[in-house]
Design a protein around this ligand. Structure first.
Ligand code: SF4
Length: 187
């Protein structure tokens, strides 16, 4: 199934508990003022990807990683691809965490929302509100909510995730990510 992708990182420590693959979906219409990643907003931006290939790449790394985090952009604005990707990872033993700008109540009313929630261990939910910025413990702002949907993780594990990281790839490129990325260090 087609997926509009912003970026993929096979191994990150700043996007959830433990070592995780991270998928950033492309496209978000929620328009939070001060969003830290506006390059993810354009629904036609990023690149065309495929859930079959993405799932295969993640599963190939499964022995070395603890889980997968899905962020954006807004993952729930591509619900078919989100559900398909999660379904392909079911049974892998990987922990599954999603960052979303929607609240849990809104997701319950989204198409495929309840089905998607059944695949998740953790949901970090709510619009980013720059006036309540905290940028730690995987929360961008204090109004956002952490929902532990299974007993797999606890709040202390999530709070222990580093706020930022730089990943040096074999080809010499560098990826920076995290809830308090390097460009905000002077905030
Ligand atoms: S929901 Fe997330 S990606 Fe979308 S505007 Fe808000 S902070 Fe940015």
């Amino acid at each position: 199934m087609n997926l509009r992708l912003h970026a993929f990182e096979p191994a990150s420590r700043a996007n959830g508990p433990g070592l995780r693959a991270v998928v950033w979906f492309q496209g978000c219409t929620l328009g939070c003022p001060g969003c830290f990643n506006p390059a993810t907003h354009d629904l036609r931006g990023g690149s065309e990807s495929d859930t079959v290939c993405l799932a295969a790449e993640i599963l190939a790394s499964a022995p070395q990683i603890d889980g997968i985090s899905i962020s954006g952009g807004e993952p729930f604005q591509q619900p078919d691809a989100l559900l398909d990707l999660l379904t392909r990872l079911a049974g892998s033993g990987l922990s599954r965490l999603v960052f979303t700008g929607y609240t849990l109540d809104e997701i319950h009313r989204c198409r495929l929302g309840p089905e998607i929630l059944r695949h998740l261990d953790v949901l970090i939910a709510g619009r980013y509100d720059a006036s309540q910025r905290v940028a730690k413990g995987l929360l961008g702002s204090s109004n956002q909510q952490i929902h532990l949907l299974t007993g797999r993780h606890n709040l202390a594990e999530l709070a222990a995730a580093p706020p930022r990281e730089l990943i040096l790839h074999r080809d010499g490129t560098i990826t920076g990510s995290g809830i308090h990325p390097w460009r905000h260090l002077t905030d």
